[in-house]
Design a protein around this ligand. Structure first.
Ligand code: BJW
Ligand code: ZN
Length: 251
């Protein structure tokens, strides 16, 4: 075991309450593309064309085409040993998971355990979920439907008000769900350890959540092959992949 891993393990083992903040890197080993860096989605796709409310108003067909492809990729993926290690530890109690990921893989890892009748735990999806649609008019949420992106006329519409449906995710410039955000900050401030996994920590307000743990006297432990803006605030940074490190850190 490396020095960083043993130090992190001592911190985690002594903790009374742990909160995880996860990002796309946690799901990378499941085959879900990350956003930034050489292999990231934003290398070949412009976020301002695909992940803003203005982009959807301008060209909903193009945005849906991209999300239909994302759903196809993500729905074919499964949780990895990183998601599973988090779920196993979380099911022991005093543990919460806050994720920026929209892939539903934390929920699937928790559901795998639920089949073994273990306790549930808080799971907060800050940026929404690809598994759901939301009405762009009245805001009603529904289970994702298949999308015919032949033209704007064939795109799915709300059964209540007739407005276009959109994926239930948070785009740039949009507000996060305030109750989800408040709960995430509260859980972080009550935790003695915030375990930050697989996020570049550049998107706010999510990237500020671990600082609430620190401001309340707790510590940050980071798992990421690369340094991030949060690294200088972390008590320990483990330079490794989530699916390798998390089972050794949490089991
Ligand atoms: C591995 C690994 C392995 C690889 N193991 N690790 C303050 C300062 C500056 C700007 C702002 C600010 N506050 C707000 C803003 C504006 C903006 C923002 O943050 N911009 C910055 C980018 C400049 N924020 C917003 O617009 C947000 N809204 C907002 O602030 O509204 C105001 C408001 C807030 C609260 C209440 C009321 C009002 C909304 C942000 C929405 C972000 N949406 C997206 C798309 C979601 C839908 C979709 O998926 O299509 O969310 S963008 C994208 O980035 C996605 C992610 O959740 C998010 C974060 O990315 P993440 O997860 O960190 O992934 P990567 O790819 O960046 O990093 C992967 C990491 O993994 C890397 O570090 C790798 O090294 C690592 N890794 N393999 C472990 N195996
Ligand atoms: Zn509607």
């Amino acid at each position: 075991m490396t020095t960083e891993l043993s130090r992190a393990r001592a911190i985690v083992d002594a903790a009374h309450r742990i909160v995880v903040l996860s990002g796309a890197g946690l799901s990378a080993e499941s085959g879900v593309p990350v956003f930034r860096g050489a292999q990231g989605l934003w290398k070949t796709h412009r976020p301002e064309d695909l992940a803003t409310p203005e982009a959807f108003r301008r060209d909903p067909r193009l945005v849906w085409e991209w999300y239909a492809w994302r759903r196809q990729v993500v729905f074919a993926c499964a949780p990895n040993e990183g998601h599973r290690a988090i779920a196993r530890r979380a099911a022991q109690g005093r543990f919460a998971v806050v994720t920026q990921n929209v892939d539903g893989l934390h929920a699937r890892a928790r559901a795998e355990l639920a089949a073994q009748e273990v306790v549930g735990y808080p799971l907060l999806e800050l940026h929404g979920a690809l598994q759901r649609d939301r009405c762009s008019g009245c805001g009603a949420r529904s289970e994702a439907v298949a999308v015919d992106g032949t033209s704007t006329a064939t795109l799915p519409r709300c059964v209540r008000c007739g407005s276009l449906l959109r994926p239930d995710v948070v785009w740039f410039g949009e507000s996060l769900d305030l109750s989800v955000l408040d709960t995430s900050f509260r859980l972080a401030s009550e935790a003695d350890v915030c375990l930050v996994v697989g996020t570049s920590a550049v998107v706010h307000p999510a990237a500020s959540i671990p600082l609430a743990t620190r401001q309340a006297g707790g510590v940050i432990v980071e798992v990421n092959p690369e340094p991030t803006p949060l690294s200088r605030h972390a008590a320990v940074s483990i330079a490794g992949r989530a699916a390798d490190v998390l089972p050794r850190l949490l089991d």
